[in-house]
Design a protein around this ligand. Structure first.
Ligand code: UT7
Length: 323
């Protein structure tokens, strides 16, 4: 059976770091409140003129280098982003060109904070259906551009960043012990569009709009739907939840990560959490954590990794990968 196996990862965070105390000059808040309610200590913010494709290109180049392959052997680029450089062309095509990839296809996927899980589902489908052999999956975001900096309930939560994986088609036995993507579950329910959105867009206001969120409602959905997505994935492969070696959830809020782990009966020692250092980078957050966890030696070849996410839409899902 063809499986989509991870053969390389990469990441990039903008140079500028914004600490919690930096917000004290802009809004009524403080470091202690932010740490206690979110676990966030700092975030990286793109420089003026630094765009999503700049971050994605560096992350993609690192993933390709770590995979030890020629860029031109990639036949699909799927970029998860809600913050494209421009309305068109897709930011994926810009990254494709800047990485020296000349064939195949490239496109963006917009599922907000679930973007990575959606992009993995797309990439996996292309690989198992023999439509692609090597896929560069990226999450790259510049949420700093769509934040209302005066809104203390959202501005403190987000940061900019990018990360990438190279997936390669490999023949495996067709069992749950195979390496690669074992399950991709994605869901959406548009009745909740108003809980997390921008107050404008290309067709409605001819601007990008600024983000607003009903934080408590999103929190409630996240701590219910993310565990359910993990349970769905484990049931699909016929394994108990305790077979998971690492839980790598979307990095939104430390309290959400803890609650998801607790509901699943997974110890916090098995959770990879990076939200303290780069806040919520939306579609980039799971691949950032996967890259960091594999680089520091925690995530090892053959381990089972569950990556649940929830974002605007609402959208949610879980990617189950044997590393
Ligand atoms: O990927 C999906 C994207 N989004 C998320 O995952 C976010 C989900 N939601 C959350 O993480 C949390 O709901 C927040 C961090 C946004 C808020 O935490 P909370 O524990 O739900 O706080 P709250 O909204 O109940 O606010 C408690 C108090 C309020 O004051 P009052 O009404 O009790 O007087 C807020 O006005 O804290 C106040 N507050 C703040 N205080 C200092 C809200 N934001 C801040 C702030 N600094 N930045």
């Amino acid at each position: 059976m063809r499986r989509a196996v991870v053969i390389g990862t990469g990441m990039h965070l903008p140079q500028r770091v914004m600490a919690n105390v930096d917000f004290e000059r802009i809004i009524e808040t403080n470091h202690e409140w932010i740490v206690e309610r979110t676990g966030i200590h700092q975030r990286h913010i793109a420089a003026e003129g630094e765009v999503t494709s700049d971050l994605g290109t560096i992350a993609g180049a690192m993933a390709i280098k770590n995979a030890g392959i020629a860029p031109d052997s990639i036949d699909l680029v799927v970029l998860a982003t809600t913050t494209p450089d421009d309305t068109m062309p897709s930011t994926a095509t810009k990254i494709q060109h800047r990485l020296g990839i000349t064939g195949g296809a490239a496109f963006d996927v917009n599922a907000a904070c679930s973007g990575f899980v959606y992009a993995m589902a797309v990439a996996n489908s292309f690989i198992i259906s023999n439509m692609a052999k090597r896929v560069l999956v990226l999450g790259a975001e510049t949420y700093s551009r769509i934040l209302d900096w005066q809104d203390r309930t959202t501005s403190i939560l987000f940061g900019d960043g990018a990360a990438a994986l190279v997936l390669e088609a490999q023949e495996q036995k067709g069992t749950v012990e195979d390496r690669g993507v074992l399950f991709s579950g994605i869901h959406s329910d548009g009745q909740y569009t108003g809980l997390l959105a921008t107050n404008g867009g290309v067709s409605s206001t001819m601007t990008s709009g600024k983000m607003f969120m009903s934080g408590k409602d999103i929190f409630r959905h996240a701590v219910a739907k993310m565990p359910a997505a993990v349970e769905e994935a484990m049931a699909a492969v016929g394994k108990p939840v305790d077979a998971i070696d690492w839980l790598v959830p979307h990095q939104a809020n430390m309290r959400i990560l803890s609650s998801v782990a607790q509901k699943l009966g997974i110890s916090e020692q098995k959770v990879i959490a990076t939200v303290a250092n780069h806040a919520n980078t939306s579609a980039a957050s799971i691949p950032l954590a996967l890259h960091l966890g594999s680089q520091d030696g925690r995530i090892k070849k053959g381990q089972l990794i569950a990556c649940p996410a929830l974002g605007a839409g609402l959208t949610w899902g879980c990617t189950l990968i044997r590393w």
